[in-house]
Design a protein around this ligand. Structure first.
Ligand code: NAD
Length: 248
């Protein structure tokens, strides 16, 4: 039996990157996993690992409620969906601002709101939200609306933890540094011209890492499993930084 044997675990944005690594890690610990993503094609291969997959855009409130109700009551909710805009206070557009807050913040509230009744009815549950080191933890250049929205995730996490701590529900968030995922590749590509090529742009991301390397999605998933499992029963309301020493 694994550390999450029999637990119902629901993951958003599980098609690639950290969400996918977490879904696989949950399954390896014996959980009953529901992996969702806006892009159904990215969920390919997960069913073969015993994972239930479902297309789900977390911006679709009705679909979120229906999916979580159908698969509940949940023991674990991992809110992984998020988007990284590269902007500053002068270049951020109204559209970028609204999109970042809708996806990175409001959509987490909606999944939490859908999952809580089932968790309360069964007397417990664990919620893990995806924040970032770029948040209330650290100001990062050219991450204006991203850092602002991920700081809101820390506030939401602590608020939910405070309201439900006596009812068996824990809520924590994680604050990764730079993780080697497909979307990081896109951000590297976006910086390539300014940096003088793809290799130079990638080197720029690596150079800001104290360890001289990026995190792997699997290293982040290990923390997600810990915060989801009974071994972290005394941990709630925390924003846990996992950044290879970036914020030291
Ligand atoms: P990624 O960005 O490469 O992939 C994200 C996945 O989310 C994709 O499969 C995409 O289809 C899905 N997605 C996008 N919009 C969605 C929506 N509306 N509904 C459902 N799914 C949607 O993955 P990643 O880099 O591991 O990022 C995952 C999370 O981790 C994000 O919240 C991100 O902000 C956060 N994060 C990433 C890093 C990093 O360096 N990669 C660092 C800190 C935090």
């Amino acid at each position: 039996a694994g550390r999450l044997a029999g637990k119902a675990c629901f993951v958003t944005a599980a098609g690639q990157g950290i969400g996918r690594a977490a879904a696989l890690a949950y399954a390896a610990e014996g959980a009953r996993v529901v992996a969702t993503d806006r892009d159904a094609a990215r969920l390919a291969g997960l069913e073969a690992q015993g994972i239930t997959t479902q297309a789900l855009d977390v911006l679709d409130d009705a679909a979120v409620k229906a999916a979580i109700t159908a698969h509940g009551p949940l023991d674990v909710l991992f809110n992984c969906a998020g988007f990284v805009h590269q902007n500053d206070a002068l270049t951020c557009t109204d559209e970028e601002w609204d999109f970042a807050f809708a996806l990175n913040v409001r959509a987490m509230w909606r999944t939490i709101r859908a999952a809580l009744p089932g968790m309360l009815a069964q007397g417990g549950g664990a919620i893990v939200n995806m924040s970032s080191a770029a948040s209330s933890v650290k100001g990062v250049a050219n991450r204006f609306v991203y850092g602002t929205s991920k700081a809101a995730v820390v506030g939401m996490t602590k608020s939910v933890a405070a309201d439900y701590v006596a009812k068996g529900i824990r809520c924590n968030c994680i604050c990764p540094g730079t993780v080697d995922t497909p979307s990081l590749g896109e951000r590297i590509a976006a910086n390539a011209t300014a940096a003088g090529g793809l290799e130079a742009a990638r080197a720029g991301f690596v150079a800001r890492q104290a360890m001289g390397r990026l995190a792997t999605a699997e290293e982040i998933a290990a923390l997600v499993v810990y915060l989801s499992a009974p071994e972290s029963a005394f941990v709630t309301a925390q924003a846990i930084v996992i950044d290879g020493g970036w914020t030291n």
